[in-house]
Design a protein around this ligand. Structure first.
Ligand code: NAD
Length: 334
């Protein structure tokens, strides 16, 4: 029988996780929870997902023609595992609910590490999540950083990581956040929280980060600077990164995040998603013994395969992380 997965919060991340889970052979979505009856709720219904909502929202949903299967509590009761994709900090308020129901739960990067006690990246620490009740899949930026720092650390030893994150300020469907015409150092106090977040997955790495918000919705960009323990060439680094299944090299006239998003659409990816880190391999450079390169991260989708792997580890459907990664990738088309 398949693992029964519930999706609590059906927004940018939740709707993508739901579809990715449905593509797998060993897990299925038994329902999604949504608070408001909007177009996303209607689409979820059209796709055939059972829809659950908060007890006081049932009437509002039904008034808009949404067929409600039950309350969030009913959904949790029917599930083996809940993927909490509610907005940052809301997820923490659901912990008691999950504990009471004795259901496993995954939170996203908007929650603190301490909430779950286990922060996850498939390539880095799959085995840490085996059989766990609570896991946090780290944020889009942290996922993107772990995917490159972890394999380079294993091969060459990362002595020091210094990274600048240039962040999209809103997702494409978001009309509330900005700026639309400014660059915001965020946070102003340095270093930023992104470095410590990487340490929740790779505890011993010496990392410091700075971050700015830019008026774009199309991906984050990282300028990566690493000092490595072992002497190596840019070609050595390129060949390690080339082996990573969730890293894609870009070139062929791609000079911006806009063209990467166009490539994702040309690839026929659902919602134009780009699940892999996009690294300009031409940018991989050794300068005075230090490594530099650029990578772009699709904030809406890079964590989706990681959620699938986290489910597989927590439900102990597969004990080998590499096998889970291969399985997830092949079913999603990565
Ligand atoms: P979102 O706002 O797009 O979606 C959240 C959904 O949860 C909405 O559908 C909302 O209606 C619903 N919701 C709100 N309160 C709820 C409640 N009490 N119960 C059930 N549903 C509720 O948010 P998102 O961007 O998908 O972010 C979700 C999580 O993923 C956050 O922790 C965020 O930090 C993290 N994350 C976001 C991104 C990104 O770029 N969007 C990337 C990686 C991780």
């Amino acid at each position: 029988t398949k693992a029964k997965v519930a999706i609590n919060g059906y927004g940018t991340i939740g709707k993508r996780v739901a579809d990715a889970v449905m593509l797998q052979d060993d897990m299925e979505v038994i329902g999604i929870a949504k608070t408001r009856p909007n177009f996303e709720t209607a689409m979820a219904q059209e796709k055939g997902y059972a829809i659950y909502t908060l007890a006081d929202r049932v009437e509002a949903m039904e008034k808009e023609g949404i067929e409600v299967t039950g309350t969030v509590e009913d959904m949790i009761e029917a599930a083996d595992l809940v993927v909490d994709c509610t907005p940052g900090k809301v997820g923490a308020t659901n912990k008691e609910l999950y504990e009471k129901a004795g259901v496993k739960a995954i939170w996203q990067g908007g929650e603190a590490h301490e909430l779950a006690g286990c922060s996850f990246n498939a390539e880095t620490n799959y085995e840490k999540a085996l059989g766990k009740d609570f896991v946090r899949v780290v944020s889009c930026n942290t996922t993107g950083l772990c995917r490159v720092i972890s394999p380079l650390d294993k091969e060459f030893g990362v002595k020091k990581a210094r990274i600048t994150l240039m962040r999209r300020s809103a997702d494409p469907g978001d009309i509330k956040h900005g700026p639309i015409n400014a660059i915001i150092p965020n946070p102003i106090k340095l270093p930023s929280h992104h470095g410590p977040d990487v340490k929740t997955v790779i505890p011993n790495v010496d990392i410091a980060t700075t971050a700015v918000k830019l008026p774009t919705t199309l991906m984050h960009m990282h300028t990566i600077n690493l000092e490595l323990e072992k002497e190596c060439t840019a070609e050595d680094v390129e060949s390690i990164l080339a082996e990573q299944s969730r890293v894609r090299f870009v070139g062929q006239g791609i000079t911006s995040t806009a063209e990467i998003m166009e490539l994702a659409r040309d690839l026929g990816r659902p919602r134009g998603d780009m699940w892999e880190n996009c690294i300009w391999n031409e940018s991989i450079t050794m300068y005075e013994g230090e490594l530099y390169f650029f990578q772009a991260i699709h904030q809406e989708s890079d964590v989706i395969p990681e959620n699938v792997d986290a489910i597989r580890a927590m439900m102990e459907l597969e004990s080998d992380g590499q096998k889970s990664i291969v399985e997830t990738n092949s079913k999603m088309g990565i």
